[in-house]
Design a protein around this ligand. Structure first.
Ligand SMILES: [Ca+2]
Length: 260
């Protein structure tokens, strides 16, 4: 009898251990990334999700390739500045080249660590936290040849570039920020941006085609500070304040609903 009881207890203990290991629905361990990537690197499905736990820089002359189906999640690191506004979030600065080319069935996803709808419950808290626009900063493209194709970029767009400098906050409220570069953004979804989804400045001539911009706070594509000629073609803008703000861009075949 005593042996039977111990056997049953053993079953209970084993069950608890198994639950602990699968707690929160975490499929498998995430890969933590941050700092500077100094040599050509691929992020693979086997390593996904990748969690950005400090500012991430892709160095000059370096290519980061993100394979189809890979989910990249940015740690939520909100801190309150001296004005009482939340200030600091994670970001990705691409001085080299970012190749994030997915497929319709397996897009490349950039999102908040609180977004359980891609890559599972990566932060291990079940539904205790929900993602929100501005959970992370931006992807800043400043180097040659970057491509985002069949990608989903969501819940970012808020960053204080003066964090840690002791100066007044300098908010960069963009989900994707293009400075003097010529990336191709095709057939992708940019949604839940805190303010502007894609901001283009300097001698930039990106191609932005076949994309959907949804539920962003302010402007879908803002190229007003760009002095070259971007091509903005066949995109859908929905649920933001404005679709496109531009000067000197080629703008063809776009649809704007729920804004102007
Ligand atoms: Ca969660």
């Amino acid at each position: 009898m005593r042996g039977l009881i111990w056997a049953r207890l053993g079953c209970v203990v084993l069950t608890l251990v198994c639950l602990a290991h699968t707690g929160g629905g975490r499929a498998h361990a995430a890969t933590s990334v941050g700092g500077t990537i100094a040599a050509d690197t691929s992020w693979t499905l086997a390593g996904s999700p990748y969690v950005v736990t400090s500012d991430l820089t892709v160095g000059a002359n370096v290519t980061l390739t993100v394979e189809p189906g890979v989910v990249v999640k940015f740690e939520v690191d909100h801190r309150t500045d001296i004005w009482g506004q939340y200030a600091y979030t994670r970001r990705m600065v691409v001085s080299g080249t970012l190749l994030a080319v997915g497929t319709a069935a397996e897009p490349v996803v950039f999102t908040s660590e609180r977004d359980d709808s891609y890559g599972g419950d990566t932060n291990g808290d079940a539904d205790a936290t929900a993602p929100a626009p501005g959970d992370w900063g931006y992807i800043h493209l400043t180097g040659p040849g970057s491509r985002l194709e069949q990608a989903v970029v969501r819940y970012g767009g808020r960053h204080d570039d003066n964090t840690g400098t002791g100066s007044t906050s300098y908010f960069r409220d963009y989900l994707v920020w293009v400075t003097s570069a010529h990336p191709e953004l095709r057939d992708s979804v940019f949604e839940q941006a805190y303010q502007t989804a894609v901001y283009v400045e300097g001698t930039s001539s990106p191609v932005i085609a076949g994309c959907t911009f949804a539920a962003y706070g302010s402007i879908g594509v803002d190229t007003y500070q760009g002095i070259w000629a971007p091509e903005i073609r066949d995109n859908i803008f929905t649920g933001g304040s404005y679709g496109i703000r531009c000067a000197g861009a080629t703008v063809v075949g776009n649809q704007v609903t729920g804004g102007t």
